[in-house]
Design a protein around this ligand. Structure first.
Ligand code: ATP
Ligand code: FE
Length: 368
């Protein structure tokens, strides 16, 4: 079995062909990060235009790298939810053209389901397992019971941790820092934090009195904004210049973020074990998303995993961020499970907003 996966939910135009043994036959990707870094965020019509300009070439490159023709495909899988409407639309309409032209089954993919299942491509992981997805656009904790069977334990009530780190990095003008100018905000914070002292500033983790598995990062961002303003005054530095305390601030932000993520994850593991949703002895915690490449945050989660007899697994960095391989693999998983394979694409639409699985956050709060 061979599946072509196409991803355009945000700012990457990506495609890949994967077989049912998990081999990647070919892949290609066009990243818009550089363009969006200049505007300080994604401008949806710009993202749409760049997807349009690149999608055909990316899919052609993927197929030629795979040495296959579209005729050899078992199905075409494409992200249809959640994401930016204008971006999702480009991938979906391009895929439907292929589907109609080559008379292939179509598999609509939930972007977060694909992130969550990626680990099964690289490691032998059986259901159920717990997953923490942390990126620029998402933040959630879910129990994965099957290919399309998720229990949502917690999510961010406002922005995602990557978004918060990006905003803090922008406020600190790290793009002007000679060592960080080409890095994403999160990566720049990680880099600078290594040179800082995390004990210099103490920032309380958010939601300490809310005993569930939800997250929040907006309050933390405002606390840090105020700290930066205060330091600018104290150091006599103008907004837009680099503070001499920037590394200490980065270290504090990173530490507080790690604590927050670790505490909520710890509660989720305890809840799942208490309710017999996870094995008491050999449970698996998967952490993925762009923020999962942060080694300080990963170490914090490792401590939680060790304390709860869980094995921590992370996909390799290139599979943690958006890619075509995870979409193709999700297609393979769905083919195996016989789930959501469409032979008639009449009426299929993209959905910018779409929660993942059954929300049980209230039960978590009641149990705590
Ligand atoms: P989506 O949320 O749909 O997956 P995205 O493009 O925002 O989309 P990713 O590509 O998975 O998500 O991750 C990008 C985010 O990860 C950015 O916010 C970036 O700052 C953050 N990030 C990348 N590297 C690191 C790092 N080393 N430490 C912390 N955050 C990081
Ligand atoms: Fe993503």
């Amino acid at each position: 079995k061979l599946v072509l996966g196409i991803e355009t939910s945000c700012d990457d135009t990506a495609a890949a062909v994967v077989d049912d043994a998990g081999h990647v036959l070919g892949e290609a990707m066009h990243s818009q990060t550089e363009v969006h870094l200049k505007t300080g965020g994604i401008v949806p019509p710009v993202a749409q235009q760049l997807h349009r300009e690149n999608i055909q070439r990316i899919v052609e490159e993927t197929l030629s790298a795979s040495s296959i023709s579209p005729r050899d495909l078992s199905a075409i899988a494409t992200t249809v939810k959640p994401g930016l409407a204008l971006s999702l639309g480009v991938g979906l309409s391009f895929s439907l053209q292929l589907v109609n032209q080559f008379k292939k089954p179509f598999i609509p993919i939930h972007h977060m389901e694909a992130h969550a299942l990626t680990i099964r491509l690289t490691n032998k992981v059986e259901f159920p397992f717990l997953v923490l997805l942390i990126s620029g656009g998402h933040c959630l904790l879910a129990l994965v019971r099957g290919v399309s069977d998720f229990l949502l334990l917690g999510k961010s009530l406002d922005i995602a941790p990557g978004d918060m780190l990006d905003k803090v990095a922008r406020r600190l003008s790290l793009i002007k820092h000679p060592e960080c100018s080409t890095m994403s905000g999160g990566k720049a914070i990680e880099h600078l934090a290594k040179q800082g002292n995390r004990f210099h500033f103490t920032i309380n983790p958010p939601m300490q009195n809310v005993k569930n598995c939800d997250f929040s990062f907006t309050g933390l961002q405002h606390v840090i904004d105020r700290l930066i303003k205060h330091k600018e005054k104290e150091e006599g530095v103008e907004k837009g210049q680099i503070l001499s305390s920037a590394a200490d601030i980065a270290a504090a932000v990173q530490h507080t973020t790690a604590c927050h993520l670790a505490k909520r994850t710890h509660r989720a593991i305890l809840f799942c074990k208490q309710k017999n949703l996870l094995s008491p002895a050999d449970a698996v915690l998967v952490v993925s998303g762009g923020v999962a490449s942060n080694l300080y945050i990963r170490r914090a989660l490792e401590i939680v995993a060790n304390a709860t007899q869980c094995t921590l697994l992370c996909p390799p960095p290139r599979l943690c961020t958006d890619n075509g391989i995870m979409i193709a693999w999700n297609g393979i998983e769905r083919l195996h499970a016989g789930l959501g394979i469409l032979h008639d694409v009449e009426g299929i639409r993209y959905e910018p907003k779409c929660p993942l699985g059954v929300d049980i956050s209230k039960e978590v709060a009641e149990a705590a």
